[in-house]
Ligand binder design. Structure first.
Ligand code: TYM
Length: 331
């Protein structure tokens, strides 16, 4: 049977890229009664300078948002990474199976390390912690957006390296990445880059908690080009194509249908149509986010139950890992 694991950083609130690229996929897998574990990876969020009270708030906001998107804790194990210590323990062990050149070549590290003067070691080993997340639950499948592919490949490499050195124990996981363009939603302001929480320009990112007015404003200001009709050509027209893609994703229509129906519209009119579709799609989610946020006790309960389940699995894995490595004196 498949074992599915994925994670999301509680940095800011969830944005449309997270939702279309990953979170919506998780709820689909959940509907198929798959075995899923989802982690709010707060330890990943401290690899860049952060504000502690904000992080704490963001953890709850992320939990509320995941529930609002349809993550159902009676089917899916939802927990906060730092509540299960075994993540850092396996991270340490995997550090010794990883080489520095391998980490230094990863695109996400190269990008982020450019933005700080002194690069934190945590930022460097970030993908090793991610591999530990996946391996602790012996996950076979990892649903993510396409920006995570290299990190999943490192996790595959580390599972193989562990198995080769200490005997077969970990499955080599598979990435589940949507074939269509949902797996990569671009920034509205800089459509050469992915939509991202750390975007310098907040107008490039649509958050699930944004009000209809904010969504209209952001889409109105989305960078397009000097051609006024609507077509889909990600290479030549990344801005417009990103809007078409978002539109298709939130309405569940094909790209062709969306383009065909926009034939009479110019870019300004089309932006209004996309705004409406996004607002419609997000309206019930936004209402549910607020409902869950107003019930912190429920969130605490859900996350504690999730941690307990996750911890059991993680402890079982770590007992075996320690024994295989000859660590300690038991087992
Ligand atoms: P994070 O928090 O950046 O993003 C969470 C998920 O959203 C996807 N995503 C996108 N998909 C499409 N278009 C975009 N613009 C976009 N931006 C983000 C990401 O691919 C991801 O699936 N390192 C991970 C978190 C993590 C993890 C793990 C994931 C930690 N441990 C173990 C899987 C398994 C990250 O930073 O995701």
């Amino acid at each position: 049977p498949r074992k599915i694991f994925s994670g999301i950083q509680p940095t800011g609130s969830m944005h449309l890229g997270n939702y279309l690229g990953a979170v919506r996929k998780w709820t689909e897998l959940q509907k198929k009664r798959e075995n899923i574990t989802i982690s709010i990876v707060d330890m990943h969020s401290i690899t860049m300078p952060h504000n502690p009270p904000t992080l704490r708030d963001n953890i709850f906001t992320m939990a509320a948002t995941l529930l609002a998107c349809g993550i159902d804790p009676s089917h899916t194990t939802l927990f906060v990474q730092s509540s299960v210590m075994e993540h850092s323990e396996l991270n340490w062990i995997l550090n010794s199976l990883t080489t520095m050149p391998r980490l230094a070549q990863l695109p996400q590290f190269k990008e982020k390390s450019r933005t700080v003067r002194d690069v934190p070691l945590g930022l460097f080993v970030y993908p090793v912690l991610q591999a530990a997340d996946i391996m602790l639950y012996k996950a076979t499948h990892v649903p993510v957006g396409s920006d995570q592919l290299q990190h999943i490949q490192l996790a595959q490499h580390l599972a193989r390296a562990f198995n080769a050195r200490y005997g077969d124990m970990f499955p080599v996981c598979n990435a589940i990445i949507e074939e269509n363009d949902g797996s990569r939603i671009l920034s509205l302001r800089e459509p050469s880059k992915k939509m991202s929480k750390s975007d310098q320009n907040p107008k490039g990112t649509i958050n699930l908690s944004d009000s209809p007015e904010q969504i209209i404003e952001k889409i109105k200001k989305a960078l397009t080009d000097f051609t006024s009709d609507i077509s889909y050509n990600p290479g030549m027209r990344p801005g417009v194509s990103n809007l078409v893609n978002i539109h298709a994703q939130v309405t569940g229509q094909s790209i062709d249908t969306v383009v065909e129906e926009a034939k009479q519209l110019d870019t300004a009119q089309y932006k209004e149509r996309v705004s409406e579709a996004v607002i419609e799609h997000l309206r019930p989610i936004r209402e549910m986010i607020n409902k869950h946020l107003n019930n912190r006790n429920e969130l605490i309960y859900v996350l504690e139950m999730g941690s307990e389940k996750a911890r059991k699995m993680a402890q079982t894995t770590m007992a075996e890992v320690r024994q295989r490595l000859g660590l300690g004196i038991s087992g």
